[in-house]
Write a protein that binds this ligand. Structure first.
Ligand code: GLY
Length: 368
């Protein structure tokens, strides 16, 4: 394996062992989170949104280790999810296709990968509610999730690859609507907006995985931080860059110095004080945002914060060094109110951890 400075080298070694074991023990399965450290083998439950993250993690570990076997696994696990490009039941096609086919296309811009991305992006765009100006969540036409900010880049990518102005406008409007209704004046975020689908009128906030309807669920906030950064990259829209900065500053202001937020910043004295997957998403998003901002001080602060998060995640507290624990990062949370996947590993946390390590160690600018 290629050599890296500590504490990163150990983390990549641990990750490569865990991923090798995962594909050998559960061939062709794409688990979402662990239960007492063992990958849960049934589908995600609630909604099927995680099937691209194992393939994405394999692309990342292939790039970090430069081991051919991982590249073969990465292509195989990407192919496994290709039929999902026409899945009209979820809003999560960006989560599925950007870490897999998007990465494949980025490394090797071949037309067949481009066609997969275009088709998946067009499918996602069908969720567009013209009256409200947003892509609706899997819950129905009335529901806008902040999470969709991390999926809408697939629509931008499909617009770019196919030069389709209509797709671009859908993606752009979705971001404007999310900014208007789900990002509050202090740059805290709401998880879900409920609309009247007939008129497109906003009715109220709601949460699914956060503390309260008016609180800030950390992972959703991190999807927005990273998503607005990518929306700025695709559109050049200055409002999206200033939104991403505001969201990043909120993260910095409200998170302890080790860099790992709780599940929800507003929950008083949380029983589980850290949500490692949100931190991994934030680290990767901050590294991309640092490449976009023009203010040198902000660039430095965002990079330092991302590195602090990674240092914490590489410590014995978060890196699952024990053999019997199957995930890479401990202390992640999937769905606290439903008591599902609490204080466990998550496949998306593992993926974004590796993505952030790749950005830091391989210095890849301007990438998702
Ligand atoms: N469904 C996306 C999330 O749990 O973050």
């Amino acid at each position: 394996m290629k050599s890296y400075p500590e504490p990163y080298h150990r983390a990549i070694q641990v990750a490569s062992q865990k991923l090798s074991r995962l594909v050998a023990t559960y061939p062709d399965l794409t688990p979402s989170f662990t239960e007492k450290g063992k990958w849960r083998l049934q589908q995600a439950g609630w909604t099927n949104w995680c099937e691209g993250f194992l393939g994405g993690a394999l692309w990342m570990i292939a790039l970090l280790t430069e081991e051919q076997q991982f590249r073969e696994y990465a292509e195989h696990y990407s192919r496994l999810i290709e039929p999902r490009k026409t899945d009209r039941t979820v809003h999560d096609l960006g989560f599925l296709f950007l870490p897999t086919w998007g990465r494949w296309y980025q490394l090797d811009p071949n037309p067949s990968a481009g066609e997969v991305l275009i088709e998946a992006g067009k499918t996602l765009a069908e969720r567009y509610q013209a009256k409200g100006g947003y892509l609706c969540s899997f819950q129905g036409a009335h529901s806008l999730y902040v999470d969709i900010m991390m999926n809408v880049p697939l629509v931008f990518e499909a617009a770019r690859l196919s030069s389709d102005e209509r797709l671009f406008q859908i993606a752009h409007h979705h971001c404007l609507t999310t900014r208007r209704y789900l990002v509050r004046g202090d740059f805290s975020t709401a998880h879900e907006g409920i609309f009247d689908p007939e008129s497109g009128r906003f009715i109220r906030y709601q949460t699914q995985q956060g503390w309260r309807d008016d609180s800030t669920w950390a992972r959703g906030h991190c999807w927005a931080l990273y998503g607005f950064t990518l929306a700025y990259r695709y559109s050049g829209e200055g409002a999206f860059l200033s939104t991403a900065q505001g969201l990043a500053d909120y993260y910095l202001l409200h998170t302890p110095l080790h860099g790992i937020p709780p599940n929800d910043w507003d929950e008083p004295q949380p029983a589980y004080p850290t949500e490692s997957s949100a931190a991994a998403i934030a680290a990767s998003g901050l590294l991309s945002l640092a490449d976009c901002v023009v203010d040198a001080v902000r660039t430095k602060v965002y990079r330092q914060t991302a590195q602090q998060i990674l240092t914490s995640l590489c410590s014995d507290q978060f890196l699952a060094i024990e053999e019997g624990w199957e995930g890479i990062l401990r202390h992640g949370i999937y769905h606290l109110p439903a008591a599902v996947g609490v204080d466990e590993s998550t496949i998306w946390g593992d993926y974004f951890f590796l993505e952030a390590l790749w950005k830091v160690l391989c210095g890849v600018p301007n990438t998702f």
